[in-house]
Design a protein around this ligand. Structure first.
Ligand code: PLP
Length: 392
């Protein structure tokens, strides 16, 4: 029989960019008896969660909860708003944008996929050029991954919104915030995003298993005429049941307990403080990387993610071997390189339940692992981060 917790003494450092460390407060909330999902107590729980989620997504509109991983919420975004043969505009920012594109293809959507180098975010000028050229308004949706978890690069959503407005193009705007919600500043309503896709296992500090669509009036209107087949993912029946605090299927009751606690924790800290904390840890990590004389995968300083950092290893050095050494010696999991970045980069997750000392411990594990793996570098990354954290 597999032992579920065979880590040596002390806490395992789970520093992948999601799933993130689950706080004790949330673990305790999960550990309550499952209740009747058709009873009055459950309705109160759902209504409180739906109200709290609006604050997290910064919207007055509906947020739909799915008992699914983020991929399910990607599918829901497409299935509710589009019809086979529709043209959509997507951008190759990395592995996750590529997977979402693949899914769109399977649904029979015609994807205009703007090529990218996996080191930069979506260029608003490229969005503007594509939309301006589409005089017939054939493009039905612009779809962007806000924070590419595979690369540590963030796209500038307000700037993309501005160019959609400037071209007066009616396309829906869909944004994947799976590794940015509740970590990086994100405003569904103010930025007039039509469908925001999110997941439980990153900034929300929950285990994997829940995902979300926050939807605009325009997206709801589009869902009335969209013809892609949908049943389980359909927004209409879920929104109708949610009005009284229920779901049209058996919900993940215990994950919802955790979500209730997660919302409470985030609102107690305050979203501006949550975002500032992530900005600070992002900057401290980048200072450590520069001090190590290693290269960030992210090319443009204004696009570097504050929820994770992807670091390139010099040619001839296998990033997965380095990760293995860090895991074996220091019981810390770092993120692997995904897709074409396999073996070339490792990723540090610095999002979710995280503080200055968690970051220092994480960076210390990296700095001790580099010489053990024979990776050429300078010492002093942890020192650079500590100096910044002590002052900032
Ligand atoms: C940006 C992004 N989009 C989509 C996904 C897919 O989500 P899931 O693996 O929960 O299905 C992930 C997973 O890490 C992600 O980081």
């Amino acid at each position: 029989m597999l032992r579920l917790d065979d880590h040596p003494s002390g806490r395992h450092f789970l520093q992948i960019p999601g799933p993130t460390n689950v706080p004790d407060r949330i673990l305790r909330a999960l550990d309550h008896p499952t209740i009747d999902h058709r009873g009055p107590e459950f309705a109160r729980l759902t209504l409180a969660i739906l109200d709290g989620l609006k604050k997290i997504f910064q919207t007055d509109g509906p947020v739909i909860i799915y008992p699914a991983s983020g991929t399910g919420a990607w599918e829901a975004a497409l299935a509710n708003t589009l019809s086979a043969g529709d043209r959509v505009l997507m951008f190759e920012t990395g592995h996750f944008a590529t997977l979402w594109r693949k899914m769109a293809g399977k649904f029979g959507l015609e994807v205009d996929f703007v090529a990218g180098d996996w080191r930069s975010g979506v260029d608003p000028a490229a969005v503007e050029a594509k939309l301006a050229a589409d005089k017939a308004h054939a493009i039905k949706a612009v779809m962007v991954v806000h924070n590419e978890t595979s690369t540590g690069v963030t796209s500038r959503i307000p700037a993309i919104r501005d160019v959609i407005d400037r071209t007066r193009h009616p396309a829906l705007f869909m944004v994947d915030t799976i590794s940015s919600l509740a970590s990086l500043d994100y405003r569904h309503q103010e930025w007039r995003v039509d469908v925001t896709v999110a997941g439980s296992q990153k900034g929300l500090m929950l285990p994997p298993g829940l995902s979300f669509n926050a939807v605009s009036e325009k997206a709801l209107a589009a869902s009335k005429s969209a013809r892609l087949p949908r049943s389980y993912w359909g927004w209409d029946e879920i929104i109708a049941s949610n009005r009284d605090g229920y779901f049209p299927y058996t919900p993940s009751t215990n994950l919802l307990y955790g979500l209730h606690e997660s919302i409470a924790m985030l609102l107690e800290e305050g979203l501006p403080a949550v975002f500032a904390r992530h900005r600070r840890h992002g900057e401290a990590t980048r200072r450590a990387v520069r001090a190590w004389n290693l290269e960030l995968l992210c090319r443009n300083a204004e696009e570097c993610s504050d929820s994770l950092t992807a670091i390139m290893l010099p040619d001839g050095h296998d990033a997965d071997r380095f990760r293995r050494i860090v895991l074996e010696r220091f019981d810390m999991s770092l993120g692997t390189g995904l897709g074409k970045l396999a073996g070339k980069v490792f990723r540090i997750g610095h999002l979710g339940f995280f503080n200055d000392l968690t970051l220092c411990g994480t960076l210390a594990g990296v700095e001790m692992g580099l010489p053990l793996a024979g990776v050429p570098h300078r010492a002093g990354g942890v020192q650079a981060a500590m100096e910044y954290l002590a002052k900032a």
